[in-house]
Structure formats: C-alpha cells, structure tokens
Design a protein around this ligand. Structure first.
Ligand code: MG
Length: 166
C-alpha cells in the first residue's frame, strides 16, 4: 500500500514585457527606480511583479494574471501591482502552498538593475512573506539587439517553487 506524499513541490514560470516610455514612474518589483522612462501599462506596468505573479499562479495551478485582472477592466487601471501581488499570494496560500523561493531575470537597457538588486529583493520578499535570501534578482543587457535595444522596453522571466500540502 503506497503512502500519500506529505508534500509536493511545484514549479511555475512567468514572463512579461512592457515598453519603457517617458513620463511614467519606473516601477519594477514594487520599487520606484530613478530613471527617465517607466513601463507603459494599464496598471503601473510592473513587469517584474507581473511575471512573478504568473509564476506563482502557474505553480499553484490557478488562472493567469491577465485572466484574474483583465486590462479591459477599469478597476485595474493604474493599479498598484503590489496589491495584485498580495492578492495572488493570498490565493496561492489558500491552496495550501508555501512559497519556497523565486528567481527573476530582468532583461533591459533601461534602468541599471545591478545597483537596485538589494532593494528589489527586499521589496519582493516582503510581498511574498519570505526571506530576501529566497528571492534572487538579476539584470541582463540585451546587447543592443532586438526590440528592447536602447532601453525601449523591459522583459522579465520569473520562476518560483511552491511546497504544497505541508
Ligand atoms: Mg504586464
């Protein structure tokens, strides 16, 4: 007779991309970075939190961010993505899942991510209710190539691990 497993590990992957335009605050990972352009979006355009939320939702087997908070809905116009993230974390926890860690890659030639890494890790860890050591963030240049060249946008990949049923 096989025993039921005590807990299950589940991985989730998220991706998001936003244009960077003048006249918008540069909000990434819930932190306002000093930079002349910021992400364009229906909400605050925080591509880091959007990718992260999709990773969390994916790992939990829930609908994606765009389905939960559609950009056609005026309620989410100008929304603070930190509030969306807290809502997502609540839904993930309601499934009996604990967030183990996450890892995030930010590809942009806009703001310099390296000098903001500590602030981003601190901010994201606070939103997820985990230690900053369990949150990794790194910036990547795009080598002047493609649609992100010259700081025209930001693309983010996020991966997270959940432990379910502990
Ligand atoms: Mg987005």
């Amino acid at each position: 007779m096989s025993k039921e497993p005590q807990s299950q590990l589940r991985v989730g992957l998220g991706f998001d991309v936003h244009r960077l335009v003048p006249g918008r605050p540069c909000v990434l990972g819930g932190v306002v970075l000093e930079h002349p352009t910021g992400p364009l979006g229906h909400s605050d355009g925080d591509a880091v939190l959007h990718a992260l939320c999709d990773a969390l939702l994916g790992a939990a087997g829930l609908d994606d961010l765009g389905t939960l908070f559609p950009d056609s809905d005026p309620r989410w116009k100008g929304a603070d993505s930190r509030a969306l993230t807290r809502e997502v974390v609540g839904r993930v926890r309601a499934r009996g899942a604990a967030i183990v860690n996450c890892d995030i890659v930010i590809a942009t030639e806009g703001p310099r991510i390296a000098k903001h890494r500590a602030a981003l890790r601190e901010s994201i860890a606070g939103l997820l209710g985990i230690e900053p050591a369990a949150v990794n963030v790194k910036g990547k240049s795009v080598e002047g190539l493609g649609a992100l060249a010259g700081g025209a946008g930001v693309a983010v990949q996020a991966i997270c691990l959940l432990a379910v049923g502990r």
